[in-house]
Design a binder for this molecule. Structure first.
Ligand code: AMP
Ligand code: GLY
Length: 417
């Protein structure tokens, strides 16, 4: 099978790496890819405007892809999967209509209400007066969300009513605002493959969304992750499939917008039970880096089955008992800005360490051939070991081998888990 992967991040590097290691794959093309994907076996990078549906569809035909896997949300919301599907090539990723599950938080709330999926009570507001009323209704801590796509940075959770109002005011300049009740309790990310009707869960993972140790500082796209969750209640995965993923997939099918791709269930395990924090329409980053590090079954076969409506016949997925921990190394200034052009050294040394692999995200090769920073999240340093402690030690040994001026990382990813 020849597979075209769309995207540039560490998630796409993790996908391409797993596909390239998979005997079911003959070749992988990553578009546009990054300096890390360029170095994988069986893999080549090729340029494309990933948010141009016609360009991606033409590329899929030109490279004779047997399967297209769309990594990020923006191409999905732009209709890239629709355009590829129209060529007859199987595509892992929902049409634009179903990707609204991520693209519009208000739409996600409508689907959850119709499917009786447990989630935070919420109000969709279009004026500051409505926001004020909703803040008063739910009380502190306040949760204010941009209705549209914001790369994980559109949400403010704060005790400070003025800060909540200020965020709402800035969102209202371009979109509606969702104000919701605060959910306490640990968060879990559960990815489900979906083929429009059948759902196959992957292994649960946990993401660290805040920039700083101790879950302080602003929200980011994610600063680290680990899997498995040895502390998670028995039956959690089955509960999420039955109460969340299947009802949502059935409701989307009922609405005529079947969901084919990755249904990312972001969950809070609250004192009152399971609640959905958010849905995404694609693999999570950095959770994918740890989930795929533990997958033993053929990723290509599983994604192809989802893309062709054949998940009911897919043999049960097999998982390594090993643990995986990813630590994200981010550039100076992230998440507010991202300094570019800082030299990255030590990646090869890190990869020599036992159990360590390094996935690229915001990296580039400069004119002199040196690896330099080119984005906010730069590298996902992933450690695999017999348990979380061993995986964590490997990941941090990898981070210690890497030098980037001004770079940031959390020191407490998966600590004590
Ligand atoms: P979202 O983009 O909706 O996933 O939100 C990003 C992050 O904000 C989540 O992973 C949570 O850490 C936090 N968050 C979102 N909604 C809530 C909520 N209702 N209660 C508490 N924290 C939340
Ligand atoms: N790690 C959070 C996300 O991918 O949305």
């Amino acid at each position: 099978m020849k597979i075209l992967v769309i995207g540039t991040g560490a998630r796409e590097h993790a996908l391409a790496r797993a596909l390239a290691l998979d005997p079911a794959t003959t070749a992988v093309v990553v578009a546009p890819g990054n300096p890390g994907t360029a170095r994988l076996d069986k893999t080549e990078n090729t340029p494309v405007d990933a948010e141009d549906p016609a360009a991606v569809a033409a590329l899929a035909q030109r490279v004779r892809a047997d399967l297209v896997v769309v990594g990020p949300e923006a191409p999905l919301v732009a209709g890239v999967a629709d355009a590829v599907r129209a060529t007859g090539i199987p595509v892992f990723g929902p049409d634009a209509a179903a990707a609204r599950l991520e693209g519009s938080k208000a739409f996600a709330k409508e689907i959850m209400a119709a499917a009786a999926v447990p989630t935070a009570a919420a109000r969709v507001c279009t004026t500051l007066a409505e926001v004020e009323a909703a803040l008063a209704e739910f009380g502190a801590p306040h949760v204010v969300k941009d209705d549209g796509l914001a790369a994980g940075k559109g949400v403010v959770v704060t005790e400070d009513r003025d800060a909540a109002l200020a965020h709402a005011a800035s969102c209202l300049e371009h979109a509606a605002v969702v104000v919701e009740e605060y959910l306490d309790g640990p968060e879990v990310s559960l990815f489900c493959l979906a083929d429009g009707s059948t759902v196959v869960p992957l292994a649960p993972a946990q993401d660290f969304k805040r920039l700083l140790d101790g879950d302080e500082g602003p929200n980011t796209g994610g600063m680290g992750a680990y899997s498995p969750l040895t502390w998670a209640p028995d039956g959690l995965t089955e509960e999420v499939v039955e109460q969340v993923a299947l009802p949502a997939v059935r409701e989307l099918a009922r609405c005529g917008t079947p969901f084919v791709g990755l249904l990312y269930c972001g969950l809070a395990l609250t004192s009152r039970g399971l609640r959905v924090v958010e849905f995404n329409a694609r693999f999570g980053d950095p959770e994918t880096q740890v989930v795929l590090a533990r997958l033993q079954s053929s990723l290509a076969t599983a994604l192809h089955a989802a893309a062709t409506g054949a998940l009911a016949e897919l043999p049960a997925l097999q998982w390594s008992t090993d643990a995986a921990v990813t630590v994200v190394v981010a550039s100076h200034g992230y998440p507010v800005s991202a300094r570019k052009g800082d030299v990255i050294s030590g990646v090869e040394e890190a990869e020599q360490l036992p159990g360590v692999h390094v996935l690229h995200a915001g990296t580039a090769t400069d004119e002199a051939g040196a690896l330099v920073t080119a984005g906010g999240r730069v590298l996902s340093v992933t450690g695999v070991g017999a348990d979380i402690e061993a995986a964590r030690a490997a990941a941090y040994a990898g981070v210690a081998a890497i030098t980037i001026d001004g770079a940031q990382h959390r020191t407490d990813i998966a600590a004590g888990r």
